[in-house]
Design a protein around this ligand. Structure first.
Ligand code: 5CA
Length: 442
C-alpha cells in the first residue's frame, strides 16, 4: 500500500475526549471515528488490525472444533419471550418495531437465536458435540460507554455456543474453549488470566473471565503471580482428548484468581504476600456453562443412545475483538505511539522515503516496496512529499514493527537503515540485505 493512496486521517492534536492511552492513540492514528456515543466507524488502519485479530480468533476456534456461521444483528422479540429474557434484560437492550409494528431487538447476545437454529435441525445425539460460532456486531445500551471501543454500545463479539448430551460432554466443550482462549490471546502478544466470574444475565454456575492485566482496566483483580509463568497449550493440543484438556483446565485454575465481584479476601491473604498480585484488568473474553437454561425453555432436545429425549446442555463463549484492539495497545505502546505485535500489525513494515522526488531515493524505495509486496509482506510505502521528521512521527505513531528508512546519503552508498520500532535499534544494511532480512522473516 502506498501512503499517498491510502486513507490515513492522522490527528496532530491530542483529542480531548480520550481518557486512556489506547483511545488517544486509536483516534490519533486514524483507526476509528466516533459516530455517536459508543458507536464507531473502523477506518482502514483500524480495520486491518481488527481483521488480523479476527483471523487469529477464527483459526483457534476452528482448531478447537467450533464451526462458523453468521446470524443477523436484528432478532425477533418472540424468541426472547420464549426464554423469558425479553423482560429480564432491561434497558441495555435496544428494542425496535418494524413497519408491521412487530417487536424486534438489536441482539446483545445470541443464546436464543442459536438455540432456535439448533432445535430446527438437530434431533439425535449422533450429531453432537456441536459448537457453532459467529463474529457479529452486538448492541448494548451501556449506561457508561467509555474509553473508545473498549466499552462501546455497538461492538463486535465472537460468540460460540456449544451443545452436548450431558454435563460431562458440556464440560469437555467448556475446556476446549478454555484452552483455545489461552492460545488465542497469546498469539496476540497478550497474557490473559482466567478468573472465576459472575454469570450475570447469561446465567449458569461455571464461568471464567479472561483478564489482561492493565493499569487502565475497569476490573479490580486479585491473583497468584504463578499465572505469569504458566505454559500455554501448544500446537499439539488434542482438542478431542477430554482428559488432556481437563489437565490444562486444572493447571490454570490451581491458583487463586478472582475479580472483585468474586473476591474472597481471606483466601487471597493466605497466599504469601510476595506471591500476590493485586491489579487492574481488562476482560477480553468470558465463557459460561449454563446447562439447560435455554434448551429447557425453548425445547432443544435430542434423542439419546437410550432412545429417550434429552434436553441438551449448553455453554456460550465470548471474545470482544473491538475491545482486544485497544487492549493490545494498552499493553504495547510508548510515548511516540503504538508498537504492534507482528501478528496483528496493520502493516508488518513501513518503507520511509526521506526525500520523495529524489530519483535515487524513489528508485531504491520502489525496489524494496516491490520485493516485500511480492514476498507477501503487508508493507506500507510512505511515498508522500513530506518532511522526514513528520514521516518518522507517523511511522512511530502507527506502529509497524519494522521501519526501512531510505535517505539520499545512504542510497548513494547502496544502503538503507532498518529500525526496530520496539527497541529503537537501527542498523545500516545494503538494499539487498535489507530485503533479505525482511523476506526471510529474521
Ligand atoms: N453470550 C455470552 C458469551 S458468548 C456473552 O454475551 N458474554 S459477555 O457479556 O461476557 O460478552 C463477551 C465479551 O464481549 C466480553 O468478554 C467482552 O470482551 C466483549 N464485550 C462485552 N461488552 C462489551 C462492550 N460494551 N464493548 C466492547 N466489548 C464488549
Amino acid at each position: 500500500m502506498r501512503l499517498s493512496r491510502f486513507f490515513l486521517p492522522i490527528l496532530k492534536e491530542n483529542p480531548k475526549e480520550a481518557e486512556i492511552v489506547s483511545h488517544r492513540l486509536m483516534l490519533r492514528a486514524g483507526m476509528v471515528k466516533q459516530q455517536s456515543q459508543g458507536i464507531y466507524t473502523w477506518l482502514p488502519l483500524g480495520k486491518r488490525v481488527l481483521d488480523k485479530v479476527n483471523a487469529i480468533i477464527r483459526e483457534e476456534q476452528n482448531r478447537a472444533g467450533a464451526i462458523e456461521l453468521l446470524m443477523p444483528t436484528l432478532q425477533s422479540a418472540e424468541l426472547w419471550q420464549e426464554s423469558g429474557r425479553y423482560d429480564a434484560y432491561g434497558k441495555e437492550m435496544l428494542r425496535i418495531k418494524d413497519r408491521q409494528e412487530r417487536p424486534m431487538l438489536y441482539g446483545p447476545t445470541n443464546e436464543e437465536m442459536i438455540t432456535d437454529v439448533f432445535r430446527s435441525y438437530v434431533k439425535s445425539y449422533k450429531d453432537l458435540p456441536l459448537n457453532l460460532y459467529h463474529i457479529q456486531l452486538k448492541f448494548r445500551d451501556e449506561i457508561r460507554p467509555r474509553f473508545g471501543t473498549m466499552r462501546s454500545r455497538e461492538f463486535l463479539m465472537k460468540d460460540a455456543y456449544s451443545f452436548d448430551l450431558n454435563r460431562e460432554g458440556a464440560v469437555h466443550a467448556y475446556n476446549r474453549m478454555f484452552a483455545a482462549y489461552l492460545r488465542t490471546f497469546t498469539r496476540m502478544g497478550l497474557r490473559a488470566i482466567p478468573m472465576r466470574a459472575d454469570t450475570g444475565p447469561i446465567g449458569g454456575d461455571l464461568s471464567h473471565e479472561f483478564i489482561i492485566l492493565a493499569d487502565t482496566g475497569e476490573s479490580e483483580v486479585f491473583c497468584h503471580k504463578d499465572f505469569l509463568n504458566f505454559d500455554i497449550p501448544g500446537l499439539d493440543t488434542n482438542f478431542d482428548d477430554a482428559a488432556g484438556l481437563k489437565g490444562i483446565f486444572d493447571k490454570w485454575t490451581s491458583r487463586y484468581a478472582a475479580t472483585s465481584e468474586m473476591h474472597d479476601a481471606p483466601a487471597f491473604e493466605a497466599i504469601p504476600e510476595s506471591e500476590r498480585l493485586s491489579a487492574r484488568g481488562i476482560e477480553v473474553g468470558h465463557i459460561f456453562y449454563f446447562g439447560t437454561k435455554y434448551s429447557e425453555a425453548m425445547g432443544a432436545k435430542v434423542q439419546g443412545p437410550d432412545g429417550k429425549e434429552h434436553t441438551v446442555h449448553m455453554g456460550s463463549y465470548g471474545i470482544g475483538p473491538t475491545r482486544l484492539v485497544p487492549a493490545i495497545i494498552e499493553a504495547s505502546h510508548d510515548e511516540n505511539g503504538i508498537i504492534w505485535p507482528k501478528a496483528v500489525a496493520p502493516f508488518e513494515a513501513i518503507v520511509i522515503n526521506m526525500k520523495s522526488g529524489d530519483a535515487a531515493c524513489d528508485a531504491a524505495c520502489e525496489t524494496i516496496y516491490a520485493a516485500l509486496s511480492n514476498a507477501g509482506i503487508d508493507v506500507l510505502y510512505d511515498d508522500k512529499d513530506e518532511r522526514a521528521g513528520a514521516k518518522f512521527a507517523t511511522a512511530d505513531l502507527i506502529g509497524a514493527p519494522v521501519q526501512i528508512i531510505a535517505g539520499p546519503r545512504g542510497v548513494a552508498a547502496g544502503e538503507v537503515e532498518i529500525k526496530d520500532r520496539k527497541t529503537g535499534e537501527r542498523e545500516t544494511l545494503t538494499i539487498e540485505a535489507a530485503i533479505n532480512r525482511l523476506t526471510s522473516g529474521n
